[in-house]
Design a protein around this ligand. Structure first.
Ligand code: F6R
Length: 581
């Protein structure tokens, strides 16, 4: 969480930083700030969104600077807690992404030695520590502070007396763009690609000193050279392109995304083969990526008979890690802290590791032995839609290589067609019921259980309506107490081995006067009979059904949030990349 940007070169730094931070706003958007340097440092910081800032950073002059867009961890969002943070003298200022776990102890020590703190943040200790360590050499002062910091950080620092920008990284992402006599630092490459595609990815323990026309890298105090990589990035894909919201645009991109991601995964027959011969497969992921992993579990167990364990990455550290399991980490951003640490645990237990991610050069790609890129293109909306579809498609592509499903071309074609139809299906009656609700249940059985979980997650995060995804068979074991005539249930009821049980569950709910939104076949008379609203799913194989139901649920959530006037692309309290545990 939190986005940071730095610049040193020949342009005015503030506009570069402000534009960069706008691109990073998906990482956090409760406050922002910019500092630039000439012979003294100018700092401007405010509660609110960088995208809504007017001219307040205009007074930040100079051709070197740093900036931050915040997702609060320590202290509420306000002007004071916004970054950059400075020391007592105003000579040093820093921006930080991550968490300094020992900050309380460090702060007590600094205060006892006469330092005055302005903010409630953990980050401010860094500026005061640099002040204490300074003996006239800025890089040496930063170098001395880093080993004392416990936790995670990506730091950019400025000193009024040195024409340098210093960057340091430990377990929080940080990249540097190498331009023509200019350097850009950022939490990811998006703010940089408009200027240069040559990107250098910092490793944990790296420190970079950027000066005019030169950069010096070191690792643990020892000078090193890191190679740059050329980043492929579609700048147009990161614009709204006429849609009201990124989320809607990304939902509409899904026919192509499914196809692209399916094909990319098929280019890894060695991974399909590894999975086919594995004693067991374990998947670690968070949120939407977890829900996508659950899809693989149902398909792989049913079609290939392979036992698949799916764990929330945040819980993985408390569980056993058998070394004969192949471990797959799934993460759109490739930077989710819990997924990364779970992946590192799996590596340390000698498990073969695979990453499925959407972001080139992200931390996860360097922590795993093998990588599958999802090819979804930049996903700007905080709520994941096309990346979930891409993860599903990647799993489908891997399964096709395992020769257990019903053939490559049919899955690709049928899913694409189903998505296209689901994009045009009328969901307005369902939306009308959801808008009035304060609690919703999403239910399904078998493969449609994770689909229901994902539907509920989408609804709650963008509409703020409490929504729970449940296995339909479980709902009698407690949640039934919550069902009333004001608690709509969205139920997936499609022909297959769960169909009859599903219908019985729906009838039981109907007997409690629950408004039922059935997602199933249009000509299903039994479903018509029990459901208050029927949202039709195009006929097709199970992959096509999963894809179509996913799209329908995304659209129900989107239009409900729209009707409620929510901030769809930037829901309250959330951030796209969760880089703290
Ligand atoms: C929900 C959503 C989150 C992410 C989760 C993991 O729409 O986006 O639940 O799926 O934070 O993120 P990644 O996939 O980047 O690891």
């Amino acid at each position: 969480m939190c986005g940071i940007v730095g610049y040193i070169g020949w342009r005015d730094a503030a506009p570069v930083i402000v534009e960069g931070l706008k691109n990073l706003e998906y990482r956090g958007y409760d406050s922002y700030g910019v500092a630039t340097g000439t012979d003294h440092l100018m700092v401007v910081k405010r509660k609110g969104r960088i995208s809504e800032q007017t001219e307040c950073v205009a007074k930040c002059l100079g051709t070197r600077g740093i900036g931050h867009t915040r997702w609060a961890t320590h202290g509420p969002p306000n002007d004071i807690n916004a970054h950059p943070h400075s020391d007592c003298t105003g000579r040093f200022t820093i921006v930080h992404n991550g968490i300094i776990e020992n900050y309380a102890e460090l702060k007590r020590g600094l205060e006892s030695r006469g330092h005055h703190f302005a903010s409630d943040t953990d980050s401010e200790v860094i500026a005061h520590m640099i002040e204490e360590a300074w003996e006239g050499d800025f890089p040496a002062a930063v170098r001395a502070v880093l080993p004392i910091l416990e936790g995670s950080y990506a730091i950019l620092a400025l000193c009024a007396d040195s024409d340098e920008v210093i960057a340091a990284r430990k377990r929080s992402p940080l990249v540097i763009g190498i331009g023509d006599n200019e350097f850009f630092a950022s939490s990811d490459a998006t703010p940089i690609v408009a200027y240069t595609r040559d990107i250098l990815v910092l490793e944990d323990g790296d420190l970079a000193v950027m000066r005019r026309g030169s950069i010096a890298m070191e690792h643990g105090g020892v000078p090193i050279i890191r190679k740059t990589t050329y980043v492929d990035y579609d700048i147009e894909a990161a614009k709204k392109g006429g849609f009201a919201h990124f989320m809607l645009k990304e939902i509409f991109e899904q026919p192509d995304v499914f196809q692209q991601s399916f094909r990319l995964a098929q280019k890894h027959p060695e991974i399909s083969s590894l999975l086919s011969h594995a004693h067991g497969v374990s998947i670690i992921a968070c949120g939407t990526s977890y829900n996508a992993a659950m899809l693989f579990r149902y398909f792989a167990e049913k079609e290939c008979g392979i036992p698949v364990r799916v764990d929330m990455a945040s819980e993985y550290r408390y569980l056993s890690t058998p070394s004969d399991e192949v471990v797959i980490a799934v993460s759109q951003s490739g930077e989710t802290a819990d997924t990364l640490s779970a992946l590192r645990k799996a590596s340390s237990c000698n498990c073969p590791t695979i990453a499925i991610t959407n972001v080139q050069g992200s931390s996860i790609t360097r922590a795993a032995e093998q990588v599958i890129y999802m090819g979804a293109g930049p996903e700007m909306s905080v709520a994941a839609t096309k990346s979930y579809m891409a993860q599903f498609a990647a799993f489908a592509g891997l399964l096709s290589g395992m020769n257990c499903n019903n053939g490559t071309s049919s899955v690709e074609r049928s899913a694409r067609q189903a998505i296209e139809e689901a994009l045009l299906t009328d969901v307005s009656e369902a939306v009308a019921l959801c808008v009035k609700a304060s609690t919703l249940f999403y239910v399904g059985r078998g493969i449609f259980y994770p689909v229901a979980m994902e539907g509920a997650l989408k609804m709650k995060e963008i509409s703020y309506i409490h929504a729970e995804g449940y296995a339909a068979g479980e709902i009698k074991h407690g949640p039934f107490a919550l069902l009333t005539e004001d608690t709509p249930v969205i139920a997936v009821c499609l022909p297959g081995d769960s169909y009859q049980s599903m219908l019985s569950n729906l009838r039981e709910m109907k007997a409690r006067f629950t408004p039922l939104i059935g997602i199933g076949y249009e000509d299903d008379v039994d479903l018509q009979d029990v459901a208050d609203v029927l949202i039709p799913v195009p006929k097709g194989d199970t992959y096509a059904q999963v894809a179509a139901v996913t799209v329908l649920m995304q659209r129900i959530a989107y239009y409900t949030a729209l009707a409620l006037g929510r901030d769809i692309d930037k829901p309250r309290n959330l951030a796209k990349s969760v880089t703290v545990e």
